[in-house]
Design a protein around this ligand. Structure first.
Ligand code: ATR
Length: 293
């Protein structure tokens, strides 16, 4: 039997009317979503709690049935369930359909609707924290995995001037470009030893969507430092550590940097808004995560 951590939690306010939200994943105990979402629920005085469930792939269907049976109001979905959960829902928002992954489920009076708030959350954070005008930006995205697809969709929706996807495996970049061609034109580039075959002078914003540089391998960067320019905004979707090697390198040459913390906070803020219909207390949410890191 698992041990219950001996932490003081104020559960005196939980009544038979209290609603439930949760995040599901495998693994899940590292997730900062409960801290962040409970801080938001408390701050808005909403009678609900947000918890985390460790759900194995073979239990995913039962978990979604449980959500229906128990009337759980909303869930976040994380690795490895983001794709598999789609077929278990009643409806998919356009974002989830195009990206091919769900990170947020809304229980709308028994109808389970899947959304993907990752890309939108990223864009909101990038704009707010750097003041970038995406419509006049030439963007270079490093990586062509699941995270890259969500970001590419959101950036194209913002009408960015140019989007180039650089990946070690070129075919994967081509695959995203083909899938998303209806939303704007995407160029592809080969990434070799941290150097994409595109001129740095043609890039305003660099975004790392790979896991290169994530804890514990914090000393590596997906980009060769000599390729970066001081005129660039350099952004990383990693938030552990907050300052990745890529961002250290960018800061050293005087570029503007943007960490992945904002994307995490805003994907949660948009989920909170979908669930509650209230504006998310973004500062409270950011503080809660920062304190936990
Ligand atoms: P996610 O869903 O988190 O995006 P993913 O689909 O496994 O994860 O994609 C990981 C991305 O990181 C890919 O673009 C991958 O490059 P490849 O397609 O060439 O595998 C990239 N990546 C992972 N490790 C890398 C490394 N050491 N150097 C360069 N790119 C790397």
């Amino acid at each position: 039997m698992g041990k219950i951590a001996s932490m003081s939690i104020d559960n005196g306010r939980i009544t038979s009317a209290t609603q439930l939200y949760a995040v599901i994943g495998d693994p899940i105990r590292h997730s900062k979503s409960p801290l962040m979402q409970n801080a938001a629920l408390n701050s808005c005085q909403i009678d609900a709690v947000y918890t985390a469930f460790h759900v194995k792939p073979e239990q995913l269907q039962a978990c979604v049935e449980g959500m229906r049976a128990l009337g759980i109001q909303g869930m976040n979905v994380t690795i490895p369930h983001k794709e598999q959960v789609m077929k278990l829902l009643d409806e998919l928002d356009h974002s989830a359909q195009v990206i091919g992954a769900v990170n947020t489920i809304v229980n709308d009076n028994g109808r389970l609707i899947g959304y993907n708030t990752d890309g939108m959350g990223y864009v909101r954070s990038l704009k707010e924290e750097t003041g970038v005008d995406l419509q006049s930006s030439r963007i270079l995205m490093i990586g062509a995995g699941g995270a890259a697809r969500g970001l590419a969709y959101a950036l194209l929706n913002e009408g960015c001037e140019q989007l180039t996807i650089a990946n070690r495996t070129l075919e994967r970049a081509h695959a995203i470009a083909a899938e998303l061609q209806a939303f704007g034109s995407i160029q592809v580039a080969q990434l070799e030893d941290g150097r994409p075959d595109i001129l740095p002078e043609e890039v305003d914003v660099v975004i790392n969507t790979t896991s290169v540089g994530m804890h514990p391998a914090v000393e590596i960067s997906p980009m060769d430092k000599s390729w970066l320019r001081s005129s660039m905004i350099v952004s990383d979707i990693i938030y552990n550590p907050l300052m990745t090697q890529l961002l250290h390198d960018a800061e050293e040459i005087g570029a503007v940097t943007h960490s992945g913390l904002g994307m995490f906070v805003y994907q949660g803020a948009i989920a909170f808004e979908l669930w509650t219909g209230q504006q998310a207390p973004v500062h409270v949410m950011r503080e809660a995560v920062l304190q936990a890191l």
